[in-house]
Design a protein around this ligand. Structure first.
Ligand SMILES: Nc1ncnc2c1ncn2[C@@H]1O[C@H](COP(=O)(O)OP(=O)(O)OP(=O)(O)O)[C@@H](O)[C@H]1O
Ligand SMILES: [Mg+2]
Length: 263
């Protein structure tokens, strides 16, 4: 029997993917037809920054290609948080959005969880954490974990990436990133790498605020619904206090963020 290696990084151990040789198997329970179609579309248009979908195995699990490289876990190492990596990420997310603008899914079973409630013209990844980005030699080469992908406005993904990679939030509470990162400057670097038109800088900040509110509301709903992983994770980081402190920091630096994104 082929060796199966458990993969770390999962919020929900029930659906943790495993590695088998040069493939990844994802449990049928977390599999979505729309995501499979998306991966096939990305392959068909030559987008190389995502795993390819190869079919299902005898257990009904999705088979994806393994992408060689390093995936940073929290606390994020300095090599994953360089300005160059941030610029790579902005470019890759832009290419993803361009590659999905021509995509017409026949399935619509997208995860609603982190999706843009207004929907939109591209497919957003919606989970642009470093844990879902593959690096090689310090360069970003691919996005993985499209489980949360869904139609959205492009700025929705840029906002998520900015928040997590800036990082944006109260620096006194920063515990997952190198302390010397200048979140405001990096907000602008990401916006430029993505190719954001300068006149949309303020809109990006507004979408960031909207996305944060939506994300906290989702987490609270998960907690109210009894999701043990979220109950623990939110308590561990003091989620309510932290979200309030980060919101206040973003509000205080609104003008600087807009200036930075305008370039
Ligand atoms: N195709 C792939 N190529 C390389 N590494 C992968 C691939 N798929 C998964 N991994 C590794 O396994 C880890 C967990 O996989 P992934 O992010 O897809 O699952 P997950 O976070 O458990 O999923 P979910 O968010 O749906 O619970 C990743 O952080 C990465 O290190
Ligand atoms: Mg993941």
């Amino acid at each position: 029997m082929t060796h199966e290696q458990a993969l770390v990084g999962s919020m929900d151990p029930r659906y943790a993917p495993v590695r088998v040789g040069d493939t990844v198997r994802r449990s049928a329970g977390s599999s979505r037809a729309a995501v499979r179609e998306l991966l096939l579309h990305l392959q068909s248009v030559g987008f190389d920054g995502a795993p390819r979908y190869l079919g299902t195995d005898e257990q009904g699990r999705e088979i994806l290609t393994w992408i060689d490289g390093e995936v940073p876990l929290s606390p994020y190492p300095a090599w994953a948080m360089t300005d160059r990596a941030l610029a790579d990420l902005g470019g890759l997310v832009r290419r993803l959005h361009e590659a999905t603008a021509t995509f017409r899914a026949t399935s619509a079973d997208w995860s609603p969880q982190w999706a843009d409630p207004r929907r939109g013209p591209v497919i957003c990844h919606n989970d642009l954490y470093p844990e879902n980005v593959v690096f090689r030699d310090g360069r970003v080469v691919a996005l993985i974990d499209f489980a949360m992908a869904a139609p959205g406005r492009p700025l929705w993904d840029v906002a998520i990436a900015a928040e997590v990679w800036g990082p944006l939030g109260d620096p006194d509470r920063r515990d997952q990133h190198p302390v010397d990162l200048d979140g405001i400057a990096r907000f602008g670097m990401l916006a430029r790498a993505y190719g954001l038109e300068p006149e949309r800088a303020e809109e990006l900040v507004d979408v960031l605020i909207e996305e944060r509110a939506q994300s906290v509301a989702n987490i609270r709903a998960e907690i109210t619904g009894g999701n043990e992983s979220w109950i623990r994770a939110w308590a561990d980081v003091g989620g309510d206090d932290r979200a309030a402190a980060d919101d206040a920091w973003i509000a205080r630096h609104r003008a600087a963020l807009i200036r930075s994104a305008r370039g």
